[in-house]
Design a protein around this ligand. Structure first.
Ligand code: PRP
Ligand code: URA
Length: 213
């Protein structure tokens, strides 16, 4: 039985699970992999944003005036962790065209598995924004934790994390380092192997997205 974590929601929608099965398949082409990451990100964003506050607005229909509702927070910011998180941006932005996009550049050192940061750019008013960090893979959790630490250093108060495949080790690391950050994943996998890859996983997300292996 897989462990349960108070900081994790597994988004178990049938369409997401269907697409995830193709994402995991080693025979899936680079083109198809990219399309699937995009589609799953969009479907997951729908779930992740289901508690966004609404505000009443007056609208004139062709027939009469009415009170309708619109998303109140206009300050949602998505932050992909480079590289693989980039593949999730378009899907989320298609659903919410008004969002701002920050970027955090991190890669995992192959030997130590420690994150190495090389880029950071987010909107200036971090205190008043809601952040959604995007990365398909939450493995040791080192990259996600470092990304959230960087956001908090700039004043971020409300952060969520959206990934496709999470390992128990990564979710636990996030619980210890950032218990206030809720993690949404399409799957909670079994474990990490001895070189830090998720099992069963889907391989190296960045390499499969960008064709670098
Ligand atoms: C992958 C992935 C995450 C990280 C997860 O990126 O996209 O950012 O590994 O591993 P962790 O939870 O153990 O930190 P990678 O370091 O391969 O960089 P890349 O996207 O530039 O290839
Ligand atoms: N990064 C990936 O891209 N895949 C894994 O399984 C672990 C880290």
């Amino acid at each position: 039985m897989s462990p349960t974590f108070p900081n994790l929601t597994v988004v178990d929608h049938p369409l997401i699970q269907h697409k995830l099965s193709f994402l995991r398949d080693k025979e899936t082409s680079k083109k198809k992999f990219k399309e699937l990451v995009d589609e799953i990100a969009m479907l997951m964003a729908y779930e992740v944003t289901k508690d966004l506050p609404l505000a009443e607005v007056e609208v004139e229909t062709p027939l009469e005036r009415m009170t309708a509702r619109q998303v109140a927070g206009k300050k949602l910011t998505v932050v992909p962790i480079l590289r693989a998180g980039l593949g999730m941006v378009d899907g989320v932005v298609r659903l919410m065209p008004g969002v701002r996009v920050g970027h955090i550049g991190l890669y995992r050192d192959h030997d130590t598995l420690q994150p190495v940061d090389y880029y950071f750019k987010i909107p200036a008013d971090a205190e008043s924004r809601d952040f959604l960090v995007l990365d398909p893979m939450l493995a040791t959790g080192g990259s996600a934790s470092a990304a959230v630490t960087s956001l908090k250093r700039q004043g971020a108060k409300r952060v969520r994390m959206l990934c496709m495949v999470a390992a128990p080790e990564g979710v636990q690391r996030m619980l210890e380092d950032h218990p206030d950050v809720h993690v949404y994943a399409a799957a909670l996998d079994r474990e990490l192997n001895d070189v830090g890859y998720i099992l069963p996983g889907l391989g190296d997300a960045g390499d499969r997205l960008f064709g670098t292996k």
